[in-house]
Design a protein around this ligand. Structure first.
Ligand code: ASP
Length: 437
C-alpha cells in the first residue's frame, strides 16, 4: 500500500481553524499516515511565530529578566487552540516543566524545540494519532552533525509500531540526551527523514503557497508556477536564494528517490509543485526557474604568463580557504583569475586576503570589485539544447545590461550570470520574459 508522509508548516498550524483544515486534508486519504508538525506560525502579518517567542524567552531568562508575560502568551497560543478545538487536554504540566527549565537555564535549542513538541501533541490528540517524540528517533553526533544511519534505523523501528503518528519537527537529541535543533525552518528536514524511513511513496510538504514559482514574485510580476522540478534543479535554485523548502530537506528523500509535493494548506485543490528525481522528469520548457542574489564581490588577480605557473590557482585559493571563506565561482582568462565570493564574508578580512595573495603569487595587479549580483538560469531542458546562452545574452543586451561574469555548470543545467547589483531587477525580468512570455 502506498504511504504518504506530510509536513505542515507553522502558518498551516497557527490556530484552530488551520488545525481543522489540516485534519480534513489528512483524513481525506488513509495513506496519509505520518505527520510532521511545526510550531504555530504567524496568524497575521504582524503576529510573532511561537519559535521566535521561545528564543526571546530564552534570551530574557539568561539576562535574568522576567519571562512571565511572554511565557503566558505562548501558553495562551496553545490553550486557545485546545479550547477552540474542544479538546479534552491539559498541557499545564508540560508548561510548568518548560518554565522550570528556563529558570535553570536549560539549553537554547531545548527551549526552541518546545514549540513543535507542544503543537505536535495537540495535533496527535486532535487526529487520534500516536505521538512520537522526535528526541527518540532523530539523532545528532557529538560534533553536531546529523546521524543519518542511526536515525533511519531507529525511526524505521518506531514507525513499524505505529500505523498513524504525529512527530514534532525541527529537533532531535545529542548522544548525551540533550536536545538539539536543525537550523531555522528545519521541520522540512524532519519530514524528509521520516519519509525516507517510512519508504513513503510521497512526501507532501504543506505550506502557505501553491508550490514554487519560476522567479521571485518580488522581482518579477506574477511569475508562473513550476509544475515539476528535479531535486538537482531545486538545489541550484534554492542555493541562489529561492526559498520555500529548507535547503537540506532534499537530501534524505533524494537518497531513496521519494518525490516531494509542495502544497498549499489554504488551497488544497491546487496541485502544487512536484520535486522528482531526474529520470522521472519529462522535459517541458527549456528553463525551469530563475533565481538570484546580490551581495557578491570579485577579487581579480592578473599576472603575465600566469597560465604556465604551476599551482597558481591553488595558492590563491589557499589564501581564501585559510581566511575561512568558501568561494562561489572562479572565472579565469589566460593571465587573469577572478574569485567570486560573498561580500559579507569578505568584509573585515579583505586587507589580509589581498596581502596573502600578493605574498603567495606576487601578481602584477590585484583589485576587488563590489556590488555583483548573480543570476542562475536553471533548467534540465537546457542540457544539450542549442542557443540558450545566446538568447540570455541577447535579452540582456536588449535590456542594456552589461554582463560581468558568465559561468556554465558542467552539467549544462545552469548558467550563472554576474551583473551589477543595480541591473539585477532589469536583468532578471529580461531573462524571464525571453523564456516565459
Ligand atoms: N519552528 C522552526 C522555525 O521557526 C522550525 C520550522 O518551522 O520548520 O524555524
Amino acid at each position: 500500500m502506498s504511504l504518504k508522509v506530510l509536513k505542515f508548516g507553522g502558518t498551516s498550524l497557527a490556530d484552530a481553524e488551520h488545525f481543522r483544515q489540516v485534519a480534513n486534508i489528512i483524513k481525506s486519504e488513509p495513506e496519509r499516515r505520518y505527520v510532521v508538525a511545526s510550531a504555530p506560525g504567524k496568524r497575521y502579518s504582524s503576529d510573532i511565530k511561537v519559535t521566535d517567542m521561545l528564543y526571546k524567552c530564552y534570551e530574557l531568562s539568561i539576562n535574568e529578566e522576567s519571562v512571565d508575560e511572554i511565557f503566558e502568551e505562548i501558553c495562551e497560543r496553545y490553550n486557545s487552540i485546545i479550547r477552540d478545538l474542544e479538546l479534552d487536554m491539559d498541557l499545564s504540566e508540560a508548561y510548568a516543566k518548560i518554565r522550570l527549565s528556563l529558570a535553570h537555564n536549560s539549553g537554547r535549542d531545548y527551549i526552541a524545540s518546545r514549540g513543535e513538541y507542544l503543537n505536535a501533541m495537540i495535533l496527535a490528540k486532535y487526529l487520534g494519532f500516536d505521538f512520537i517524540d522526535a528526541k527518540k528517533v532523530i539523532f545528532f553526533n557529538d560534533d553536531g552533525s546529523f546521524d543519518a544511519e542511526k536515525t533511519n534505523n531507529t525511526m524505521k523501528e518506531y514507525l513499524s509500531r505505529h500505523t498513524y503518528a504525529v512527530i514534532p519537527g525541527f529537533y532531535g537529541s545529542m548522544p548525551n540526551g540533550t536536545i538539539k535543533t536543525f537550523s531555522r525552518g528545519g521541520s522540512d528536514i524532519t519530514g524528509s527523514i521520516v519519509a525516507r524511513a517510512a519508504s513513503a511513496s510521497l512526501y507532501e510538504n504543506w505550506t502557505d503557497v501553491s508550490g514554487f514559482l519560476m522567479a521571485d514574485p518580488r522581482v518579477v510580476p506574477d511569475p508562473k508556477p513550476i509544475d515539476v522540478i528535479t531535486y538537482k534543479e531545486l538545489r541550484e535554485l534554492s542555493y541562489m536564494g529561492a526559498t520555500v523548502l529548507h535547503e537540506d530537506s532534499i537530501f534524505p528523500v533524494r537518497y531513496s528517490k521519494i518525490p516531494i509535493n509542495v502544497r498549499n494548506t489554504n488551497r488544497p485543490e491546487d496541485k502544487g509543485t512536484m520535486i522528482v528525481p531526474q529520470d522521472d522528469a519529462a522535459v517541458g520548457s527549456i528553463v525551469t526557474g530563475i533565481a538570484g542574489k546580490s551581495g557578491f564581490s570579485t577579487i581579480s588577480v592578473e599576472k603575465d604568463m600566469m597560465n604556465s605557473e604551476l599551482g597558481f590557482g591553488r595558492r590563491v585559493l589557499q589564501v581564501i580557504e585559510e581566511a575561512g571563506i568558501s568561494f562561489e565561482h572562479l572565472p579565469s582568462g589566460i593571465d587573469t583569475l577572478s574569485v567570486v565570493l560573498s561580500s559579507k564574508e569578505l568584509a573585515g578580512k579583505r586587507a589580509d586576503i589581498m596581502a596573502g595573495i600578493c605574498k603567495a603569487v606576487n601578481p602584477d595587479n590585484i583589485y576587488v570589485e563590489e556590488n555583483l549580483a548573480l543570476i542562475a538560469v536553471v533548467g534540465r531542458g537546457m542540457v544539450k539544447a542549442k542557443g540558450t546562452s545566446a538568447r540570455i545574452f541577447a535579452a540582456l543586451a536588449a535590456a542594456d545590461v552589461n554582463i560581468r561574469m558568465i559561468d556554465q555548470g558542467s552539467c549544462e543545467m545552469n548558467i550563472i550570470i554576474g551583473v551589477d547589483a543595480n541591473d539585477y531587477v532589469v536583468a532578471l525580468n529580461a531573462i524571464y520574459n525571453e523564456f516565459v512570455k
